[in-house]
Design a protein around this ligand. Structure first.
Ligand code: AMP
Length: 467
């Protein structure tokens, strides 16, 4: 099968040629002819399968005829995150370079006025995150009654992010007679319900998960202690002793953890950037650019922020936290070992993670080998309270007066770690060790953390302040 068999226009075929693509990917080969035949499509595919081009290429072909009217976009693409929306925008620049199309991006964190000016000029393709789109629509600055094609991308991620009510509202603003393309990586019952609601007699196109296709990823799990300072020491050790290290994405389960780990790694002299939902758009874009250009070697990210982003070839993925959903694990490790390159994915496993690992192994149908000794059987499903979390009654889960050494505040602990090598957290023996890596640009130590060794111990103790 070649691209010229799919019914795409000559201008689009020219752009595909310029992009250097030789053959369509399975999702492209299966979906494009149906999209061009104006059928609704239910696409079950993840990023990395070429799914963006599967809808962008036929869209450009269809939009070559006709013109947009002011404030009435002809087509609408909904994306869960700003980064994904920006990425789809870039693919219109790439594949639409021979076609004159007005493409507008409506995402949060960008000036409302500039977006409005674009809408007034008339838009062929509107790419939006749900919240900002509804903002424009509610202000009466946008009419969706002329929209002929609606694309809902990453629907399961929309569900995770709580966007489904917004999507349903938007669905009522576009004409009933439109064509709809609906993409999701997984099909939980709620997504099936929405798909049934949005699609009329759809063609179902499904491609395999990257994790089952990519056999180039070496997966490992490594035992770690349950406390943050122990996990951080384990992670630093893994980074320092990693073989063939070029760059890594480090996944955390929560935004707060992303921010805290980023701060800690930078303090320890690592060249790291962070990506999570609470950062403003400029910071997020700058972080991604720095990582893409290789200026930063470590990207610490949450699942939501990193989902679907096209980040080329990373050598390592570290799961600082084992994900709660096995599907997220598949996505995370799919960030490495792309396009035939080899990659390594290492998960830090604390005693309370054993249940989650079992669920991942069940989904993947494999066992993930241990690097060093397996984790000691602990209290599966339980994890220690973290910063900002409270147990019942608003108190920390640890009874007062019985706090073990490791649950003291993190920073003093870190300082102790640096002051005395004997205080370092136990780190499992890695499979292979080698000298520290040259990529690590350490900041001068005196600028990293103040020396607190002269302080009496009581000054380093946590202080409970009642609200
Ligand atoms: P996506 O799954 O849409 O995020 O695409 C993943 C990557 O595959 C992007 O970097 C695309 O540029 C690339 N890609 C898409 N289609 C093809 C193709 N037919 N041949 C080679 N690369 C492709």
């Amino acid at each position: 099968m070649s691209f010229s068999d799919l019914g795409l226009s000559d201008k689009v075929l020219g752009a595909i040629d310029a992009a250097g693509y030789k053959t369509p990917t399975p999702i492209q080969a299966q979906a494009i002819p149906h999209v061009l035949a104006r059928r609704d499509v239910l696409g079950i595919a993840q990023t990395g399968t070429g799914k963006t081009a599967a809808f962008v290429l036929p869209m450009i072909t269809m939009l070559e005829k006709g013109r947009a009217r002011a404030r009435m976009p002809r087509t609408l693409i909904l994306e869960p995150t700003r980064e994904l929306a920006a990425q789809v925008y870039e693919s219109f620049e790439k594949y639409g370079k021979n076609t004159k199309l007005n493409v507008a991006l409506l995402i949060g964190g960008v000036s409302f006025g500039d977006q409005d000016t674009k809408l007034v000029r008339g838009v062929d393709v509107l790419i939006a995150t749900p919240g900002r789109l509804l903002d424009h629509s509610e202000r009466g600055r946008l009419l969706l009654s002329g929209c002929e094609l609606l694309i809902i991308d990453e629907a399961d991620r929309m569900l995770d992010m709580g966007f489904i009510p917004d999507i349903e509202r938007i669905g009522k603003l576009v004409p009933f007679t439109r064509q709809t393309l609906f993409f999701t990586a997984t099909m939980p019952p709620e997504i099936q319900r929405i798909a049934d609601n949005f699609l009329h007699n759809p063609v179902r196109v499904e491609v395999s998960k990257p994790a089952t296709a990519a056999t180039t990823i070496t997966q490992l799990q490594v035992a770690t202690g349950r406390e943050d300072y122990e996990k951080r020491a384990t992670l630093r050790h893994l980074i320092d002793s990693a073989e063939d290290f070029k760059n890594a994405i480090i996944f955390c389960n929560r935004k707060l953890e992303v921010a805290a780990l980023h701060k800690s790694l930078v303090k320890h002299g690592y060249n790291a950037v962070a990506l999570h939902g609470d950062l403003d758009q400029t910071t997020r874009t700058a972080a991604l650019d720095a990582f893409r250009k290789g200026e930063a070697k470590l990207l610490i990210a949450s699942d939501v922020a990193a989902r679907g982003l096209d980040i080329p070839a990373v050598s390592h993925v570290f799961n600082y936290d084992v994900p709660h959903h096995p599907d997220d694990y598949v996505h995370r490790i799919g960030r490495t070992g792309r396009a035939g390159l080899t990659g390594t994915a290492i998960s830090l496993v604390a005693p309370f993670d054993t249940k989650s690992v079992a669920a991942i192994e069940k989904l993947m149908g494999t066992t993930i080998p241990w690097m060093g000794e397996p984790v000691a059987a602990g209290e599966p499903g339980e994890r220690p309270a973290r910063q900002g979390e409270r147990g019942r009654g608003g108190r920390s889960r640890q009874p007062r007066g019985q706090r073990p050494q490791e649950s003291r505040p993190r920073e003093p602990q870190q300082r102790r770690e640096q002051a005395s090598p004997r205080a370092e957290a136990p780190v499992p023996a890695p499979v292979r060790q080698r000298d520290p890596q040259p990529y690590r640009e350490r900041a001068p130590r005196e600028n990293v953390e103040p020396d607190t060794s002269h302080l009496p111990a009581f000054l380093l103790r946590p202080v409970n302040i009642k609200a």
